[in-house]
Ligand binder design. Structure first.
Ligand SMILES: [Zn+2]
Length: 314
């Protein structure tokens, strides 16, 4: 067993969050402007921001919280830059060594020189705040955007050669995945890793449908697959990893409590999963917090959690 494995287990057994933060972890499902704690963002911009409700029913309710409480503070140069700085700082402080953090393509509209401005800012902040983190820039797009807007913003980002992966998110059930085929084809031709949210609110079949339609490499969430042996077998056989975020699923009403999280069933059926943060500004749980929660819930043994930690580096 490696030194980090031993320390990881020691940190979990003694609930030592400070030690846990020093162990290398990955965060492969993280949406950048929301990648830091709300309290830190509030302090940095000098404004009190009302915290989100403890439980929300869906992405629409979460989006309306964001629109009413966060959007004005984030969608401007200063707020956006500050939120990115804090997100890198948060990842560094939490011992995240591999970070696939997405930035929505819509943010290029904040810059006169569009995607060039966004890319230069990301490069500058990564270098300044956390140069030791292996940061794989991810470009994101929301299903809530008009497809024509989404295409006009994301195509130049894909063509830039800077982004290493793409992720589709937003309200899962409002638009068919096939509407995004052109975007994902272009991303595939440009050698980006292909990811999409699926099976967070949809069904097991929708996970498989989204993977096949967009030729995905990985799925964000994908937890609905746990009700179908057939879909789980298919995910396992096709080596499709699911980047799971337990607290997000609970706060958005998809899972009753952590003890019942389907991550256990997925792992038991040979599906490769990783543990991630999603939106720390909304859910207030770092990757280290998530591991500790899973350990306390007894959903996974200490050895299982070490396997999940290592999955993130494969
Ligand atoms: Zn997400």
């Amino acid at each position: 067993m490696s030194g980090n494995s031993i320390l990881f287990q020691k940190a979990l057994l003694s609930s030592d969050i400070e030690l846990l933060k020093t162990i290398p972890k990955s965060d492969l499902h993280n949406h950048a402007p929301l990648g830091s704690r709300l309290i830190n963002f509030s302090k940095a911009i000098g404004k009190n921001i009302m915290p989100p409700p403890e439980f929300m029913t869906d992405i629409a309710e979460m989006n309306s919280y964001i629109i009413n409480n966060l959007r004005a503070e984030i969608v401007n140069h200063y707020g956006f830059k500050t939120s990115l700085e804090l997100a890198f700082r948060q990842a560094k402080e939490d011992g995240v060594q591999k970070l696939e953090m997405s930035v929505d393509c819509q943010f290029i509209t904040l810059f006169d020189d569009k995607e060039i401005g966004l890319i230069n800012l990301l490069k500058e902040i990564h270098l300044k705040e956390a140069p030791d983190i292996v940061y794989n820039p991810e470009i994101g797009l929301s299903r809530n955007l008009e497809i024509s807007d989404a295409e006009s913003w994301i195509f130049p980002c894909i063509e830039s050669g800077y982004f290493k992966s793409i992720d589709l998110y937003g309200e899962e059930l409002i638009k068919d995945a096939k509407l995004y085929r052109d975007i994902f084809k272009k991303a595939k031709n440009s050698k980006l890793k292909l990811k999409s949210h699926a099976g967070e609110f949809g069904t097991a079949e929708s996970v498989r449908y989204t993977v096949e339609t967009l030729e995905l490499d990985e799925v964000q969430h994908g937890i609905a697959a746990a009700v179908s042996k057939e879909v789980m077998r298919w995910l396992r056989d096709n080596n499709i990893r699911l980047n799971v975020c337990p607290t997000s699923n609970i706060r958005l009403g998809r899972v009753e409590k952590i003890e019942k999280h389907p991550a256990r069933i997925l792992a038991d059926n040979g599906v490769v999963i990783t543990i991630n943060s999603d939106d720390i500004m909304i859910f207030n749980q770092s990757v280290s917090d998530e591991y500790l929660n899973l350990f306390h819930s007894k959903l996974f043994s200490i050895n299982d959690l070490e396997i999940l930690r290592q999955n993130g580096f494969q």
